[in-house]
Write a protein that binds this ligand. Sequence first.
Ligand code: DQA
Length: 140
Amino acid sequence: MKVLVLNGPSLGRLGTRQPEIYGRTTLAELEEMLRARGKELGCEVECVQSDDAADLIAALSKTDADAAIINPAALTHYSYELRDAVAAFAGPVYEVHISNIYAREPYRRHSLISPVARGSIIGLGITGYLLALEAAVEAR
Ligand code: DQA
């Protein structure tokens, strides 16, 4: 089994970007954790981060992964093109947000991705990615 992990704009700066909100774990550390947990669960983990929606859409359309985990970052709130790409993906897509988007600014309270995701894990920090990976493997 293979799981694609997508991270959107500014998540490449995890660890130093507003650590009081997003924590101190870097993206490289997070991706390593996911690959290691994937190995334990018997699944390959492919990771892509981009600040450009087009790259995330291309990754979703080209991959041979069976499931995807996505933190679309700010694209969550306005990207219809990313929503369409998530809807078009053959396997289940799990949406993750590190912070609780419902407890922040009003514009963050609406996700265009949630309605086309298998499920959403919100506000549990980077643990959300690990839980999503377990859910993806469990559902295989
Ligand atoms: C985020 C929440 C978004 O509103 C924000 O734009 C992000 C990160 C999160 O993981 O909490 O960049 O997706």
